[in-house]
Design a protein around this ligand. Sequence first.
Ligand SMILES: Nc1ncnc2c1ncn2[C@@H]1O[C@H](COP(=O)(O)OP(=O)(O)OP(=O)(O)O)[C@@H](O)[C@H]1O
Ligand SMILES: [Mg+2]
Length: 359
Amino acid sequence: MASVVFDGASRIYPGTTAPAVDKLNLTVNDGEFLVLVGPSGCGKSTSLRMLAGLEEIDGGRILIGDRDVTNVAPKDRDIAMVFQSYALYPHMTVAENMGFALKIAGTPKEERDRRVLEAAKLLDLEPYLERKPKALSGGQRQRVAMGRAIVREPQVFLMDEPLSNLDAKLRVATRTQIAALQRRLGITTVYVTHDQVEAMTMGDRVAVLKDGLLQQVDTPRNLYDNPANAFVAGFIGSPAMNLLIAPVEGGKAKLGDLAIDVPAAAGSSVTVGVRPEGFTPSSKGFHVLVEVVEELGSDAFVYGKPADASVKFANASDEGAQVIVRWDPKNPPKPGDTITVEAVKGAVHLFNSTTGERI
Ligand SMILES: Nc1ncnc2c1ncn2[C@@H]1O[C@H](COP(=O)(O)OP(=O)(O)OP(=O)(O)O)[C@@H](O)[C@H]1O
Ligand SMILES: [Mg+2]
């Protein structure tokens, strides 16, 4: 086992000017499950490929344990990678697929068989060892791909969206299995996904990337409770946090009749962040014109527009933006109604409306 350190690591692809990964500083602790998450193109796969040695590094260093592997060949890094397209060899059985890397490495047959059987037991694949991949379900194939990585007993697992070929239900089941398996094996794991729910449910810690820049790395709980900036606030959580630009008058941000204390340095406007569950019905406060009500049984979510024109959405490019309020499912409002809400104590996040940084 080993820790992983990205020490100011950058990747600038030939023919481009903006770094795909920009001076990444990130430490993954020994035995930790770290998830890299962010929107498409933010540099997740590039970061993972840099760690695997599949991508050149244009600045900084990468360490595995206390070894600087920046210039070490992929095969000598003692890592195993599971990709999105897990491409099993169709002409080989499950057992042969799982043992193939060991065979290439010259591991004696007896030890190979032992390690394959051990991994198959862990992954509930024992009954399928003699089958060919085409006779397996999607989830079973995915487990064979995991098995191929496990039998190598690497210092570090790298996984790049390994569940994206599975249907939604199987993905939920498999993510629980992978997280449990990793905890049992205790092998340091870097896991890439664009799905923030997957990130939050699987990771010991989650690193959020945007445009090649690390935004924040923390436990799921802390990311949710204390987002470092408006981007992380809006990206983590489903339904998303409401991010509204409110005018500031006399030290108070005004969301309709709701007045929120802000520090003097905030300027003439501020981005107010409140999660859907952070609003509660009130006789006086922020008025929302109801457009849609989503009833989920356990919860209802009310979608609408601010009734007060001085309140704008922080993401101005998002034309369809709506305020989202969690509501008592027994008593939902109707489209066309106006609801009045206030913010629950402690539920307000404030961000600089220019830089997005937390205030
Ligand atoms: N070989 C390449 N040459 C030039 N640019 C590249 C290359 N590979 C990736 N990029 C660019 O680098 C940036 C980061 O790409 P990367 O594949 O790391 O994103 P990602 O976060 O994994 O996205 P996704 O969620 O879509 O897989 C993107 O802007 C992409 O267009
Ligand atoms: Mg990718």
